[in-house]
Design a binder for this molecule. Structure first.
Ligand code: ADP
Length: 392
């Protein structure tokens, strides 16, 4: 069995898979949340949902509780049956592929903690504890940054003092790589081609675009941190960097506080003043709310601008534009508004297919479109699971 773990500062999401005759089957999934606050563990198994209110004062107890509950519910007979554990890890610095966790990988993760202070430290803690509980399993770190290590220098160097890159690692890393990797593999499987040029719009609460050239990441919109690029649920994306200084002195706050506001109070939430969730903003938009209209126009314009820039770097040879993640998979309105803003590309949306329900994926461009358009559901967990299997 393989356990896939996605941890945050107060939660640990997990799912358990088995690999039978090269077919990966999900057995169960769940979450331990409100760690250090209160504590709750939920597990879905065989169409039932089991919920427990349990004190979870730290990550160690949360992990112990997850493993005990899996045992109590007879989902696993023996925790030693878990042969591999895969961890979604946000920042891998310059690591270019999923890696078996050893001291050198742990050191690199520690170094990258400065670049992802909210994400890497809880991931490291969780890795340490799972290694204690499952000493004989293979532990594999899968990085959101790894897929983008193929980007050419022209796309990852910032126009600042070159010493910042050389001495402090200030460069574009990019994120959502596990999702982009999954989506590109899926697209190539669907069309039966390899080395494709795609522009993938991963539009979740956090959101970024990735352009692939010959099947490899060529450019992406997030940067040193996930704050850069397009406007997101609560993050601002690219802005004039001087705004930070200006607002720090205007509001008499320090840079860290302004950075926090740019991460948590900006984007769709900041502009619409309604919500970070596109469903509420679309409701406001349909009811004629001016700020909701502005938020949606701004959001889709930013995405369209990056698509055009990426298409230019692909010398116009774009095979497909693909929408994925919460908004990309579900919002026909956002997809249509983005496509309608792409004047320099020969793209034609099939509006019925754009609105149609689907399971895994659906091609939503018309037959006479020069570029294919798809909506594809992402699956980061299965990608992590496959990576773990490759080490077993
Ligand atoms: P993340 O993994 O970054 O937290 P998700 O990929 O789960 O985010 O996307 C979450 C967002 O997707 C929500 O904030 C909401 O805006 C949007 N979303 C989710 N479901 C729907 C839906 N059925 N219709 C439209 N938007 C949706």
């Amino acid at each position: 069995m393989i356990l896939v773990v996605n941890s945050g500062s107060s939660s640990i999401k997990f799912s358990l898979y088995k690999n039978e005759d090269n077919k990966i089957v999900k057995i169960t999934q769940g979450i331990a949340e409100q760690i250090k606050v209160k504590g709750k563990v939920s597990i879905s198994y065989n169409q039932n949902k089991y919920e427990y209110d349990i004190d979870l004062p730290n990550h160690k107890i949360a992990i112990e509780t997850i493993l005990t509950k899996l045992d109590d519910l007879n989902i696993i007979e023996n925790i030693a049956d878990i042969k591999g554990v895969g961890y979604r890890t946000v920042h891998g610095g310059s690591i270019s592929k999923s890696s078996l966790i050893d001291d050198s990988v742990l050191n690199k993760l520690n170094e990258s903690s400065k670049l992802a202070p909210l994400h890497n430290p809880p991931a490291l803690l969780v890795i340490e504890k799972f290694r204690e509980f499952l000493p004989n399993a293979k532990h594999v770190a899968c990085f959101d940054t790894a897929f983008h290590q193929t980007m050419p220098k022209i796309n990852y160097i910032y126009p600042v003092n070159y010493d910042w890159y050389k001495n402090y690692g200030v460069r574009k890393y990019g994120f959502h790589g596990i999702s982009f990797n999954y989506i590109n593999k899926k697209y190539e499987e669907i069309v039966g081609k390899t080395k494709t040029n795609t522009i993938v719009c991963h539009l979740g609460n956090g959101a970024s675009l990735c352009s692939t050239k010959n099947g490899k990441s060529f450019d992406t919109t997030m940067g040193l941190t996930p704050l850069a690029g397009i406007m997101m649920g609560t993050r601002c994306g690219d802005i004039d960097p001087s705004i930070i200084n200006f607002m720090a002195s205007t509001l008499k706050k320090d840079v860290a506080q302004i950075n926090d506001m740019l991460n948590n109070e900006s984007g769709l939430l900041g502009v619409s003043k309604v919500s970070s969730d596109i469903r509420y903003i679309e409701d406001g938009y349909r009811n004629g709310d001016e700020l909701c209209l502005l938020a949606i126009e701004l959001y889709t314009q930013k995405i369209a601008n990056f698509i055009i820039q990426m298409a230019n770097q692909q010398e116009g040879k774009v095979d497909a534009i693909i929408f994925t993640a919460g908004i990309g998979e579900n919002s026909a309105t956002i997809r249509k508004k983005v496509i309608d803003k792409l004047f320099l590309l020969n793209v034609k949306l099939d509006e019925l297919k754009n609105e149609a329900s689907y399971s895994d994926y659906l091609k939503i461009s018309s037959d006479n479109s020069g570029v294919e358009i798809y909506k594809i559901r992402t699956n980061e967990e299965i990608m992590i699971c496959q990576d773990v299997i490759s080490f077993l």
